[in-house]
Design a protein around this ligand. Structure first.
Ligand code: 5AD
Ligand code: SF4
Length: 350
């Protein structure tokens, strides 16, 4: 009864207190199904049946940070590092556009090699020469000036996951950085007019259900246009190699509650979700997700972008991946999104 009350409130008011989120996070058995159905209903009512495909180009796996959970951390000497040239990035985007992917996500480790003007030039050419509908950046923590330059060059969106709302855990897992700095940058991105994306990792060592409830409340407070929610996957060449992975069901619950509280946000069925379970992305789409981000990194480099091991879809041709993703979408009676798929909060978006 406590569970049903919290669920009804979430569905109607799209607002919950920390205590009520905790109740939903403890859903078991049929309650989990009910949570998923509620999230799916809210997704359908506020965003419709379109599933947006965003091509992701992982253009550099160099990173100056040393996050304990990530295979790209600078202390991982067993990883072959690569950087795509501007020409290679543009070619990858052209290929993605040719395959019907209207928007592009540029993601990398924190790599200062790409100076702000160099990246600005790439963004400008993506929009003007390739005709990319929307450019999303995901290149980590940079200066206000850098973010401003990229926004002026035409970048539309920025993904900067807050990773965990527990400041102490954040500092431990991301040495030399703070949650406060991260949140400041999310504020800058907002000021600069980006569509802002945040998100968390589910199942980090040292994380509790209370932290997860705080994660969800933080995303709501930030009023994010996008949120990436994925399970922790231990990487063998990191200090967290021996830790257990995040659980599928818990990740789905976090996703569903995020959907209930952020009815219009774009929520991807993350690659990490597809990695811990063969049906992970399908289940994500049924628990509130409305976006998929297929990997459009050129094949020779793709296997070196090892944030975590066993990444879903690693060895497939892009054409094959797209066919199976479209089949997945159709099998759920959903449609492939058309156009740039802007946040419905943005004028002309949907
Ligand atoms: N497991 C799951 N997600 C991870 N990320 C980094 N390392 C891992 C891991 N081991 C996520 C972070 C980052 C995104 C690019 O990848 O949330 O924001
Ligand atoms: Fe670098 Fe991001 Fe990996 Fe941290 S999570 S090591 S910032 S790529």
């Amino acid at each position: 009864h406590e569970f049903m009350e919290a669920l009804a409130k979430a569905r109607e008011a799209h607002s919950l207190e920390h205590r009520e989120i905790l109740i939903l996070l403890q859903a078991r058995g049929e309650e989990v199904d009910a949570l998923g159905r509620a999230a799916d209903g809210v997704r359908a009512a506020s965003l419709g049946d379109e599933v947006h495909l965003r091509g992701i180009i992982e253009f550099s796996n160099y990173c100056r940070q040393n996050c304990l959970y990530c295979g790209l951390r600078r202390d991982n000497r067993n990883l072959r590092r690569y950087r795509l040239t501007p020409g290679e990035i543009l070619a990858a985007a052209r290929k993605a556009a040719g395959l019907g992917l209207p928007t592009i996500v540029l993601q990398s480790g924190e790599d200062p090699h790409y100076t702000a003007p160099v990246l600005a030039d790439i963004i400008r050419r993506l929009k003007e020469e390739v005709g990319v509908g929307a450019v999303t950046l995901s290149v980590g923590e940079r200066s206000f000036e850098d973010y401003r330059l990229w926004r002026e060059a035409g970048a539309d969106r920025y993904l900067l996951k807050h990773e965990t709302a527990d400041a102490a855990l954040f500092a431990r897992l991301r040495p030399g950085t703070t949650l406060q700095d991260r949140l400041l940058r999310l504020k800058w991105l907002r000021e600069l007019g980006y569509q802002v994306g945040s998100g968390n990792i589910v199942g980090l060592p040292g994380q509790t259900l209370k932290t997860l409830a705080a994660d969800i409340l933080l995303m709501r407070e930030l009023d994010v246009e996008m949120a990436g929610i994925g399970p922790f996957i231990p990487h063998p060449q990191t200090p967290l190699a021996k830790e257990p992975p995040g659980e599928l069901e818990l990740t789905l619950k976090v996703l569903a509650i995020a959907r209930l509280l952020l009815p219009r946000a774009h929520l991807p069925a993350t690659t990490a979700l597809g990695t811990i379970h063969p049906q992970g992305r399908r289940m994500g789409l049924c628990f509130g997700a409305n976006v998929i981000m297929p990997d459009t990194t050129p094949p020779p480099y793709r296997c070196y972008y090892q944030i975590y091991p066993g990444k879903a879809g690693l060895h497939e041709e892009m054409e094959t991946t797209l066919v199976s993703l479209k089949n997945l979408i159709f099998s759920l009676n959903r449609r492939v999104g058309s156009g740039p798929g802007h946040s419905p909060k943005i004028q002309g978006g949907m």
